[in-house]
Write a protein that binds this ligand. Sequence first.
Ligand code: GLN
Length: 200
Amino acid sequence: MDGKIGVLALQGDVSEHIAAFEQVIRERQVNIPVVEVRLPGDMEGLIALAIPGGESTTFMRLIDQNGLREEIRNFSGGIFATCAGMVVTAREVKDESRFAPLGIVNTVVNRNAFGRQRESFEADIPVAGIASPFHAVFIRAPVVELAGPDVEPLAVLPQGIVGLRSGKHLILAFHPEIGGDLRLHHLFLDGILSLPRPGA
Ligand code: GLN
């Protein structure tokens, strides 16, 4: 299999994302390098790009500073976005005038949907395409409040959509790269590689 998986390495839990994808690749017995992406040239040869959590205002500033906005917008591979990644890939971010998101996914996002009382929490949530509930870690998590018809919700809480698929992209409000459950990484790679999932 040709191609590489890139992890946007401007901010956030980059090493956890790299470790998670490297493990999934080992489990699938395929040979796909996982590389860090900081500059437009790093996008060359990627079949997938992970966008980690972090802080979306800072994220967008660094994306623009490094000249990555158009490169990511025009990317033809799949995007695996978590937490702040859900914010930066949105079409619109509610009540946010400091930055324009990338507009890759047809969504309107509330950046901090769970408020101060519930800044961080964990919950076992059902996710479409996953056999049993997923133990999801939410950290100042966003939600999708409005989604276009091309968006397939995979996980929904009373506050909004916390997991979705849009074409090859998988977008999550929580952090599947921590906690050791890599079923969502496998689900994502199923779409990218069209391989049967081990143990599915
Ligand atoms: N709500 C945060 C933001 O909008 C994202 C939090 C996270 O990625 N852990 O930047």
